[in-house]
Write a protein that binds this ligand. Structure first.
Ligand SMILES: *Cc1c(COP(=O)(O)O)cnc(C)c1O
Length: 412
């Protein structure tokens, strides 16, 4: 890599060395990975943890009396505690391992949904990921509940006045994303949580795009649920977290039945295990959970505030350069946004641009980003999205912009 021209807030050159994949080449060009909103790359410590687990510690957890089973159980539970501390959950029993954000939301939609009645209302927003839309639609069909959607403005910000109109005593749950994966908008979740609690509604925050960028404190936020995926926070795929307040989780019936989630099984009646196991049926992704703990430990040693400013710097710089291209339009211009630059170039299909960028070693995402209703709102088929992580550099943005200009010239 060339030397940094600006003053870095932390040593990005050193950080990059921790991610083996960043030094690989694509079509003989240096990889410029700007698809962090889809999944993040993994530091060596995370990759090593998975390998170590299978080489040295592999056994099933919470079951065996033998040594390896106890080692595996300890490591898995230590990971849970690391995650609990990181998000400042009151207890580790409120931190449930899942397969990802989607799995966490479906668990809540089913189990919390069992406590809902006909005519109860759920509020989401117009910028939600499909995985924070469809589970609620399924619940509404099953329980005859009503789904309400908070409008957004042309900048891609939530219309809080509209939210006030939607909120009422029938609202049982408000489920909104902390940061939009398509627009980068940071939503005012503190205000949303407070307003919701004022009418007695519970709040679920989709943290899939915020856990890797902002410091999360679930007690300070006072959210009832906070969910995220491991793979977007430098951990493995197939892992995720569902944080829920104990009294709410206790009131909810289990989602899936099976091993580990029971206290006693007879054919007449089964009693359920205590939290968090009540929501963890079957053998989990043990190596994944352990490695997610390692990823969270890794992140906890970084200065998140410095990372946040640095990523915003990259995003602002990219936006400024993209706007110099004729016909370019940024989708998502919220005052409070981070790490995501979605854009559209008049007359060009995002997919064609993305394909040409790929040939130049630049990985971006094109399409609707699992937010089709949002694309309908902006009346576009999709966007080109560059999404940043703290290992990206200003020089990479330069490579991206140069490649983008070449692509646009080839297509025009
Ligand atoms: C990625 C994402 C999801 C879904 O996460 P999975 O890891 O695919 O389960 C949900 N919400 C947002 C905001 C996302 O970015």
């Amino acid at each position: 890599m060339v030397e940094e021209k600006h003053t870095p807030l932390f040593d990005v050159i050193e950080v990059r060395k921790e991610f083996p994949i960043l030094s690989r080449k694509i079509y003989n060009k240096e990889l410029v990975y700007l698809d962090n909103g889809a999944t993040s790359q993994k530091p060596k410590v995370v990759i090593d943890a998975i390998e170590k687990y299978y080489k040295e510690d592999n056994a099933n957890i919470h079951r065996g009396v033998h040594h390896l089973s106890q080692v595996a159980t300890d490591e898995y539970e230590q990971a849970r505690t690391a995650i609990q501390k990181y998000i400042n959950a009151p207890t580790s029993s409120e931190v449930i391992f899942t397969a990802g954000t989607t799995a966490s939301i479906n668990t809540i939609a089913f189990s919390f949904g069992e406590l809902m009645n006909e005519g109860d209302e759920i509020i989401i927003s117009a910028m939600e990921h499909h995985s924070n839309i469809v589970p609620w639609q399924l619940l509404c069909e099953r329980k005859k509940c009503i789904l309400r959607v908070i409008d957004i403005n042309d900048e891609g910000e939530l219309n809080l006045a509209h939210f006030d109109e939607l909120l009422n005593e029938r609202t049982k749950l408000v489920a909104v994303t902390h940061i939009s994966n398509t627009l980068g908008t940071i939503n005012p979740i503190e205000a949303i949580i407070e307003k919701s609690h004022n009418v007695g509604a519970k709040v679920m925050i989709d943290g899939a795009q915020s856990i890797q960028h902002l410091k999360i404190d679930v007690q300070a936020l006072d959210c009832d649920f906070f969910v995220f995926s491991g793979h977007k926070v430098f951990g493995p795929t197939g892992t995720g977290i569902l944080f829920g307040k104990k009294e709410i989780l206790d009131a909810m019936p289990p989602y899936q039945g099976g091993g580990d989630m029971i206290a006693k099984v007879t054919f007449e009646k089964t009693t359920y295990n205590e939290l968090p196991h009540k929501f963890e049926a079957g053998t989990p992704n043990i190596s994944g959970g352990i490695a997610l703990g390692v990823a969270i430990d890794y992140l906890s040693k970084k200065d998140l505030d410095a990372i946040h400013s640095y990523e915003q710097e990259l995003q602002t710089y990219a936006e400024q350069e993209i706007l110099k291209i004729e016909g370019a339009r940024i989708i998502g211009t919220a005052k409070d946004k981070t790490s995501v630059v979605s854009f559209f170039i008049d007359g060009l299909h995002p997919f064609d641009v993305g394909t040409l960028l790929d040939k130049q070693g630049v990985a971006v995402r094109t399409g609707h980003h699992c937010t089709q209703p949002l694309m309908d709102f902006f009346e576009i088929p999709g966007t080109i999205r560059a999404s940043f992580a703290f290992y990206n550099t200003k020089e990479e943005v330069d490579v991206f912009i140069k490649a983008l200009k070449r692509s646009v010239n080839m297509l025009k």
